[in-house]
Design a protein around this ligand. Sequence first.
Ligand code: CA
Ligand code: CA
Length: 237
Amino acid sequence: MFLSTMFKRLPKKPLLAAAALALALSLGAGRAGTHAAHAAQQYAAIEFYGIQFDAVDDGTTSCGPDSWPFCPTDTHAEVYANFAAAGTSGGYFARNLAGQGSQPGWCGSVRDWYASTAYGPCFKDVDGGLPGYPAAWTYTYRLGDAAVCTTPSRGAACSGSYQTNNNVIRMVVKPGDVIHVALTAKDYDWGSADDVLCNINATLNPFASGSGQYSLHSPWNGDGECHVLVNVSTYYA
Ligand SMILES: [Ca+2]
Ligand SMILES: [Ca+2]
């Protein structure tokens, strides 16, 4: 009887111990989970939302007998661009729009901003109005709709494929960090050096200014003028 009881009870002790250990692990895991939630990493999302080419001067269109001697300004450009964001805590991420200074011969005249990602390396046709017009009147070329590639640094060779919705840069931040953003858009010219249409360098401070949209202005330089719309927000993950 005694031996029988012992044999019956012996297995129970390890089970109880195992149950106690499981409970301890469960509580420990719970505490670890809570701790992890408190230590959640903070990020900034920097969306290069779009470019407004407020004015483009790509020379004069051919002067026909109807327009002479007033040769209209060609407000139509063949654009490529690059942009990047860098944060105080060390993050740096860059993107290219179209080939940087050259495009493959097969692009031909397919330069639609909204062309499929297969046309990622091809220049993009844009139109800009005349200098001084209100930005609100200007069409916004949305960078999420165009195929852009990831690149190690602005204007360098692509390190990833051209993709749409590739216009949001996310990076780790700490409270008080500032974020430097830069964008350059150029007009390709066949017979002369390419022209800068848009050149943005700005420091954003989402912790002082809060989340929202920044409209960054690149003033008229003789070839172009633009506003670049950048949405910035911070979040925990
Ligand atoms: Ca030009
Ligand atoms: Ca041109």
